[in-house]
Design a protein around this ligand. Structure first.
Ligand SMILES: Cc1cc2nc3c(=O)[nH]c(=O)nc-3n(C[C@H](O)[C@H](O)[C@H](O)COP(=O)(O)O)c2cc1C
Length: 310
């Protein structure tokens, strides 16, 4: 599949398809179901300094146009991740992206310091999940450009030179402004985007269909919204002369969903909910993408990034 080979922030990927954080376990779990070699990269579940149980059930519910989740960052914590999971990741035949989360800047700094080159060579890139409430203010850490810039700069310093993606919160009114702030503060790439704030109410019980009043929406419902965000973020970064690679993420189920992200400006294409719906999706998506690139008469998928014409 050489037409699909690409490069993300200086790291060669065999194809642009990237397993989204939180939908592929820490990596080895998804590899039990879908060969790791299908993916250009796999993103780990978000890791916080302390282990977290996550939210009470139900944590996910199926909706007609996708999935609503409120997982609550359940993970085994940095120490156990480093001791028990990290040593096994090098055996997975794909690029691994380590996802970092927290509730204070210090949390990100602590995990970033452990995910640097010296200590975590198996993680070729990292991704900051900034869609987490700040314990001090209650606001999402990634919701204010100044707060986001402070967080990104601190993580950048702790991480050293390893490529760092920032995964934007799409529930914010000015996602493009957040993208600019993140890149100015040192992001090497952007993931656009996380889940969208949403609710689903059971009319009989009058209660939420998940264990929290609200959660994050993913799946087909969010795809066209995410495509526009990728397009708008790229356009602004081009205007500002600060273009960085973008991972388009949200609702990919077919090759044409992935191709839309590429045309809107994405170098990488994430897939999360689509893996739950059909573990055969990566094979289908890659096969279709390859045929599409060839039909376009282009010798590499990279030649189609941002190729949307109005
Ligand atoms: C069950 C579930 C768990 C998730 N956990 C995380 C997580 O730990 N960290 C994170 O950055 N995003 C997490 N996400 C968001 C996904 O990475 C992705 O941004 C979102 O689902 C949109 O992509 P999709 O429509 O292809 O699923 C999670 C999503 C789901 C459905």
């Amino acid at each position: 599949m050489t037409v699909l080979a690409t490069n993300l922030c200086g790291v060669p990927l065999r194809n642009p398809l990237i397993a989204a954080s939180g939908t592929a376990g820490y990596g080895p779990e998804i590899a039990d179901v879908v060969s790791a070699t299908r993916f250009g990269a796999i993103t780990t579940k978000s890791i916080t300094p302390e282990s977290r149980e996550g939210n009470p059930p139900w944590r996910v519910t199926d909706l007609p146009a996708g999935m609503l989740n409120a997982i609550g960052l359940a993970n085994l914590g940095l120490e156990r991740f480093v001791d028990e999971v990290l040593p096994g990741l090098a055996a997975l035949d794909t690029v691994m992206i380590g996802s970092i989360a927290g509730h204070r800047i210090d949390d990100y700094v602590e995990v970033a310091a452990a995910f640097g080159d010296a200590t975590a060579a198996a993680l070729r890139l990292v991704e900051l999940n900034v869609s987490c409430p700040n314990t001090a203010t209650g606001r999402l850490l990634g919701s204010d450009p100044d707060d986001l810039a402070t967080l990104v700069a601190a993580a950048r310093q702790a991480l050293g030179s390893k490529p760092m993606l920032v995964k934007l919160s799409p529930g914010e009114s000015d996602v493009v402004g957040l993208a600019v702030a993140a890149v100015r503060a040192g992001a090497d790439g952007l993931t656009v985007a996380n889940t969208y704030p949403a609710m689903s109410i059971d009319p009989e019980t009058r209660r939420s269909r998940i264990g929290r009043a609200a959660g994050g929406m993913s799946g087909p419902a969010v795809h066209p919204i995410a495509v526009k965000l990728v397009h708008d973020v790229r356009a602004r970064l081009v205007t500002e002369g600060m273009l960085v690679p973008i991972i388009g993420l949200g609702g990919v189920q077919s090759w044409s969903d992935a191709a839309e992200f590429v045309l809107a400006g994405a170098t990488g294409v994430g897939i999360g909910t689509g893996l739950f719906v059909d573990p055969g999706a990566p094979k289908r998506v890659l096969h279709g993408l390859e045929g599409w690139v060839q039909r376009q008469g282009i010798d590499s998928v990279g030649g189609l990034v941002g190729g949307f014409e109005t």
